[in-house]
Design a protein around this ligand. Sequence first.
Ligand code: NAD
Length: 394
Amino acid sequence: MGSWKIKLLFSTSKCKLMRNSSVFKLSQSQSQYQGRSFSSLDVQSRLKNVGFIGLGNMGSRMATNLLKSGFRVSVHDMNGVAAKQFVDRGVLVKETPMEIAEASDVVITMLPSSTHVLICLIQVMDVYMGPNGLLHSSSALQPWLFIDSSTIDPLTSRKISLSVSGCALKEKLDCQEKPFMLDAPVSGGILAAEAGSLTFMVGGSEEAYLAAESLFLSMGRDSIYCGGAGNGSVAKICNNLAMAISMIGVSEALAVGQSLGVTASTLSRIFNCSTARCWSSDTYNPVPGVMDGVPSSRDYQGGFASKLMAKDLDIAAASANEAAIKHPLTCQAQDIQDLYQELCRTYTGILPLHDSINCATRAMKRRIFLACSAIIMVERTSNSIEIEPTIIIS
Ligand code: NAD
């Protein structure tokens, strides 16, 4: 058998929901946010002091872009090393989320990329509701707006939104007595965070969204209003779910086609002017050498880590379960992710195909083995593949 390489690649994609679309129905708990009056007077003066929490891969770059746009930013991260780079640049660093709240008109959170959904949710909840959390003030709150850009499940976004709307504002602004909450997860990854070209998918009060647009446009190229509280999170997980499945589909089709003797470049040219065309085939092609400048052509550097994709799929599956919606492809995509991660744990670096197949057949059931075949990113270096196509696609 020839030598092959295996890797799984995912990346975030742009959300295509139309502004003001009613794709997602508002739940009862959300409807209370509609129709609140919100003055349009001097919005910019309400955005002067911005607190930013979560200075990881994404947040550090987003906060930097806010600073470049002239906002007065104070920051917090539980990890001193992450905060240190901002200290060195003369930025005000606070010890707790509560201190950030005390110093800010608006607070943005970008928390974390834990592989475990539960840990991720606990950390986000802790920043808002914990002992030194954003909402833990003995008196009324200073910030009139909270924006959570983390990828979390819609239910948690709605819970946090409800808690925020239960707080009072320190300074009543026109008719507004309570702070607003927007869930505003992003698409675009680390490179887009750096370039300030993220897409924000925003749920919550539309007035608050409109008032905050200049913040979004300082960190991103696009912001799309999705409806009531939690709808930004819904849009984000649906986007990533669709992208995960289409990436697996393109990968499987390219693996099958190559094993039958057509090159990935030829197949991709055909897909891209035919009905198979999608982001995974024409913008982020998974096979090395088909496209320039994409992670597959630079040894997968700078791509969206598969562990983050696994987290998003877990959130999508849990949300579908809550809504009692059948989601067979989500489950299949989760199996593929699980297997890939198990393989990565067993082998470091690039995994030769025949090793992965031996490992899979030994350790896993046939269904998982077949799923494994679908994620093989093939780079032929000699000979032909010795898997029957029927096995790959059955
Ligand atoms: P990250 O893990 O690099 O950064 C998270 C930061 O939050 C870390 O610096 C961590 O120390 C800090 N943090 C965690 N818990 C905290 C707490 N309780 N108090 C204060 N700080 C705390 O994550 P990331 O890659 O920047 O991703 C952030 C979010 O954006 C995630 O939800 C992720 O799914 C989403 N996202 C990531 C990408 C990407 O390409 N990395 C793309 C789109 C969306």
